[in-house]
Design a binder for this molecule. Structure first.
Ligand SMILES: [Zn+2]
Length: 97
């Protein structure tokens, strides 16, 4: 789990998960605004691409939608729950690239 760059306390999984989709996050301990680092954004983006990378070959090989849609949705949900493990925080907003 990420450490707050302002107060240094480690966030709990639940706190991190609640703020996965927010660009500007708020530390639950010191209430200061924190941002995901450039490296953290790359990691999150890569994890968000995994369902697409699974979906593409399934569609290419003619797998029926009844089969691939639940698989892709399951992987998407799994990635959402995995992202907090790869989140890194910074005091300042860093450039995307
Ligand atoms: Zn803090």
């Amino acid at each position: 789990m990420p450490d707050c760059p302002s107060c240094g306390k480690q966030w709990h999984y639940k706190d991190t998960l609640k703020q996965v989709l927010r660009r500007k996050k708020q530390c639950p301990y010191c209430d200061r605004a924190v941002y995901v680092t450039t490296k953290g954004r790359w990691r999150e983006s890569t994890l968000q691409m995994v369902p697409l990378l699974v979906w593409l070959p399934l569609v290419s090989f003619g797998v029926a939608p009844v089969i691939y849609i639940p698989i892709v949705i399951t992987i998407f949900v799994l990635m959402y729950f995995i992202i907090p493990f790869y989140t890194e925080l910074s005091k300042d907003e860093e450039p995307i690239y």
